[in-house]
Design a binder for this molecule. Structure first.
Ligand code: SF4
Length: 219
């Protein structure tokens, strides 16, 4: 019988104060990922941001620093945001899962990223919903399939809908932002070097769609 995962719900305080939420996330035991990670990595950015960017989970560097998108994928994302004309300081960035999931190879100490399971994504979702309620963004950008499925459902196919302007499923959320799904910046880094420029341009094109939506909201 599969182990029951309690989920984050009981650890999420009833507040829209992001710093209180971030502090509380340090004590979350909603799934087993807190056991091996250094700390939970909560979102960062302005509570009044128009745009919320959501990735998969913190990586090795984010786990050590306690901040999202500070490693190589974050640097690439920064470049793509600049190329798309979006000010990084004007967005809120976070992840679908707040603790780093990794495996240790038999030899060597480098921790290797492991994709969180659907159960872990669902367990962590109350934190993401609390962030959405607190920031109330006009536009949500889902970076990669894990983030996209966390909000749009397990049947969502990123390859079919990337770059489109979507909405959240009706009736499930207290807010109704525009939603754009695209790839996670780490996929650009992981792809074949000869395709990297093209993959970066495709990510930037999707973020240009977001920049257009921001202009529509007067930002
Ligand atoms: S990954 Fe999410 S649900 Fe699991 S312990 Fe960390 S904060 Fe809690």
């Amino acid at each position: 019988m599969p182990t029951k995962v309690p989920g984050a719900e009981e650890f999420v305080p009833d507040t829209d104060d992001l710093s209180v939420l971030a502090d509380a996330a340090q004590g979350c035991k909603g799934c087993d990922l807190y056991l091996d990670a250094t700390q939970s990595v909560f979102g960062q950015g302005s509570a009044t941001a128009t745009v919320m960017l959501i990735g998969e989970q913190p990586g090795d560097q984010e786990d050590r620093a306690g901040a999202p998108f500070v490693g190589p994928a974050g640097k690439l994302l920064d470049k793509a945001l600049v190329a798309a004309g979006i000010d990084r300081d004007s967005v809120y960035v976070t992840n679908a899962v707040k603790h780093f999931k990794f495996t240790l190879p038999e030899r060597g100490k480098r921790r290797i990223h492991k994709t969180p399971s659907r159960t872990e994504v669902v367990a962590c979702r109350p934190w993401l919903l609390a962030e959405l309620d607190a920031v109330r963004p006009d536009v949500v950008v889902l970076l990669g399939a894990t983030a996209a499925k966390a909000l749009l459902g397990n049947d969502f196919r990123l390859t079919e809908h990337r770059g489109e302007v979507l909405g959240l499923p009706a009736g499930e959320f207290a807010i109704d932002p525009q939603v754009v799904a695209t790839v996670h910046p780490s996929s650009v880094l992981r792809g074949p070097p000869e395709n990297r420029e093209q993959a970066f341009e495709a990510l930037t094109d999707d973020l240009r769609v977001v920049a257009g939506l921001m202009r529509g909201h007067g930002r």
